[in-house]
Each structure stands twice: as C-alpha cells, then as structure tokens.
Ligand binder design. Structure first.
Ligand code: ADP
Ligand code: MG
Length: 170
C-alpha cells in the first residue's frame, strides 16, 4: 500500500490527527513518528494521549531526557519513547523497548526518532512521517510497515477526515 498523505495547517489539526490515532490504536501497536526537530512529533503525541482518554491534564512533553515516559489511566497505556539521544541499539534493552513493543504489551508504543535503529523499524506497525512544508503546514504521511499498519492507516485516515469535515460544518 502506498502512503496515505494528508496536510495539517496548524498544531490543532495535528493534535486532532493524533486524537484519531489514539481512538484507533490497539494493544501492542507500535508507531514511529519521524521527521526533523520541530516537525510536530511531540505535538502529535499529545493528541494521541487525548484520543486515549488520558485527559487534558496530561500534557505530553518530549521524553528526550527520560528516553521513555509511560502514561496510565487511558483506554490503553501509552509508552512514549524519544530515541534522539540513544546512542546504540543495545541500549534499547535497558529501556525494555522490546517488552513495551511486544505482543505482551499492555499499551501502545509511540517512538520519536525510531528510524535511527533498524531493530525499532522492524518492530513497528506504522510510520507517521512529518515534513515541514510551511510555517504552520505539515505534510504527514501514514506509511504501513506491516499488515496491521495498513489497517490502522486506513482507519486513522478515515476518522481524521470525518473529524475535519465535522468542524468544517460548524
Ligand atoms: P518535534 O517533536 O517533532 O521536535 P514538536 O511537536 O515539539 O516537534 O514541535 C512542533 C512545533 O511546530 C511546535 O512549536 C508547534 O507549535 C509548531 N507547529 C506549527 N504548525 C504545526 C503543525 N501544523 N503541526 C504541528 N506543530 C506545528
Ligand atoms: Mg519531540
């Protein structure tokens, strides 16, 4: 399947896309968020948290210094990784990455900078690739990395388009 491509025109739309993701994901899904610094990966993660029902009090901040932050209390647990500072794939074991990404996981793993490591890409279902195309415009490609990712990409795309149509009507 080719990538499904969409554009967001401001951070609120990126959060809305994340909300759609959070409403569609299932236990043990693994999503890569790729794109340069400032592309909107952490912004999108905040939307995912909201879509999981973690509540507006959960402000997802980039776990750059922690490498992983876990959030409980939503429909599923959220494991938010930021591998920007990770130097070697061996350190993924220190983080328990493969447990959080595996079939026994209790939640969904969102991984910023996961494309640095082939081991992470191999564990992922779907890549959300963000590209800055203007001050406030981002191109976001949904790229399935395995079969589950194709199903998830279609569901997320459809749900987001419906959400946008709803607020265009208001
Ligand atoms: P990353 O985690 O990819 O480094 P962040 O989500 O931390 O990026 O930051 C994205 C920045 O870009 C924020 O300052 C946000 O306000 C800004 N921004 C502008 N337009 C958008 C958009 N359409 N989607 C997401 N962020 C946007
Ligand atoms: Mg970030």
């Amino acid at each position: 399947m080719d990538a499904l491509t969409l554009y967001t025109r401001n951070p609120a739309e990126t959060i809305e896309l994340g909300r759609s993701v959070g409403e569609c994901v299932q236990t043990s899904d693994v999503l890569l968020l790729t794109g340069e610094l400032g592309a909107g990966k952490t912004c999108l993660s905040g939307g995912v948290a909201a879509g999981l029902g973690l509540g507006p009090e959960v402000v997802v901040t980039s776990p750059t210094y922690n490498l992983m932050l876990a959030y409980a209390g939503g429909r599923l647990e959220l494991y938010h990784f930021d591998l920007y500072r990770l130097e070697s794939a061996e350190q993924l074991y220190d983080l328990d990455f493969f447990a959080y990404a595996g079939v026994m996981s209790q939640g969904v793993a969102l991984v910023e900078w996961g494309d640095k490591f082939a081991e992470v890409v191999a564990a992922a279902d779907l890549e959300l690739r963000l590209t800055v195309v203007g001050d406030d415009t981002r191109r976001i490609e949904l790229r399935a990395l395995r079969q589950r990712g194709e199903e998830l990409a279609r569901e997320v795309f459809a749900r987001y388009m419906r959400a946008r149509a709803d607020y265009a009507d208001e």
